[in-house]
Design a protein around this ligand. Structure first.
Ligand SMILES: [Zn+2]
Length: 371
């Protein structure tokens, strides 16, 4: 990949060229990276990162080629990935291969540690108050279940810190984030919170590096400050016109519609810089594409939604295709990556009755009953 500076300069040049062509009546259809207004995706008007053009046709083609992943397949994938990560972090003392280890752990599983790792103890409501011993055992079990995930997070974060020279930014697991990650909003933001389940979903260190890099970009490029300002502005407007429905409508448009185009561009920008950070830390950029393809498989189709302007996030298919362009992968014509086939092949990997398994199920083995 070219260094960031070259891309930014390239983007500025593309704007000037596009403007000149428009003035000359040439149009700009042949330029792949010019900013253009967009109702639902990234238009590139609010970012200096050069955004390769992705057509609606390409997005629909990709959406049609990616089958949805069911909740059951997702459950199995998260449980299986837990043991894969455990194997990678701790190794096997029995000399088993990874697949043999994972298969054995799944078949012997009673309280799935992958689910237990995502439990937020403070949010639990018990039907019968637990004894101090039960409470302590539960906390210890959750901490032990999170240990391999925290180890992995620390290692990937350390590599990103040295590649980006941002030791002030901290990364930690937070069960409240569940299957998500986020950078803390605010003017002095330097904290990134990662849901334990997201570490499981990412599975590889490369994909986790992309997630962390994306959140880091929100901090480095001041999106967290901008969002804090945006919220302040919306709050002021809401307060000023809070007496009738008009005020609510205006504040709704400001918070979800008018600024959504800016937020979408910031999302694309964060994807772009995440790839740059991955490059600097020597992670595989293909993993970012695979990860977003998985997100596409997990979510309902978005490219044809009726009121797209209210979304502050670009459609998943657009993100996948743009990441692929940046990573120089031909996603629509090249060989498909193994990630999704791998997800669906999980279905035979464990007990057949996991359909309704939840973190609460993982807790019941401690003799505790939740409300
Ligand atoms: Zn983001």
């Amino acid at each position: 990949m070219r260094p960031v500076g070259a891309r930014v300069r390239g983007s500025t040049v593309a704007r000037v060229v596009a403007l000149a062509m428009l003035v000359a009546g040439e149009g700009c259809a042949k330029i792949a990276t010019v900013p253009r207004p967009s109702l639902r995706g990234c238009g590139g008007l609010f970012t200096f990162a050069a955004l390769p053009y992705v057509s609606g046709h390409e997005q629909r083609k990709l959406e049609e080629s990616v089958p949805k992943v069911t909740a059951n397949q997702l459950d199995l994938r998260l449980r299986r990935n837990y043991y894969r990560i455990l194997y990678a972090e701790d190794g096997s003392s029995t000399g088993e291969t990874r697949d043999a280890f994972v298969g054995r752990m799944l078949s012997e599983e009673h309280a799935p540690p992958g689910l237990l790792a995502g439990v937020e103890p403070e949010s639990l409501k018990f039907a019968v108050a637990p004894t101090p011993e039960q409470r302590r055992d539960l906390h210890l079990a959750i901490a032990e279940a999170r240990r391999p995930l925290a180890q992995r997070l620390d290692r990937v974060a350390a590599r990103l810190v040295s590649a980006t020279a941002r030791p002030d930014v901290t990364y930690r697991l937070d069960a409240r984030m569940r299957l998500n990650a986020g950078a803390e909003l605010g003017f002095g933001s330097h904290r990134i919170l990662v849901g334990p389940s997201l570490v499981l979903l990412a599975e590889s260190e490369d994909a986790l590096a992309f997630v962390l890099g994306h959140e880091l970009a929100h901090i480095v490029h001041h999106h967290t400050k901008f969002k804090a300002l945006q919220d302040l502005f919306v709050w002021v407007v809401t307060l000023g016109q809070a007496t009738g429905r008009t005020g609510e409508t205006i504040s709704g448009i400001l918070s979800q519609g008018g600024t959504a185009a800016i937020n979408r561009d910031k999302e694309c920008e964060a994807d772009y810089y995440a790839l740059q950070y991955m490059h600097g830390a020597e992670y595989r950029p293909e993993a970012a594409v695979e990860f977003w393809k998985l997100m596409l498989a997990l979510r309902p189709t978005t490219s044809r939604q009726w009121v797209p302007f209210v979304s502050g996030y670009p459609p998943e298919a657009e993100r996948v295709l743009r990441l692929a362009r940046w990573a120089e992968l031909d996603l629509l014509h090249g060989p498909s990556t193994g990630s999704l086939a791998d997800v669906r092949s999980c279905e035979g990997a464990g007990p057949a009755t996991v359909q309704d398994l939840s973190p609460e199920d993982a807790i019941e083995s401690f003799g505790l009953v939740l409300e």
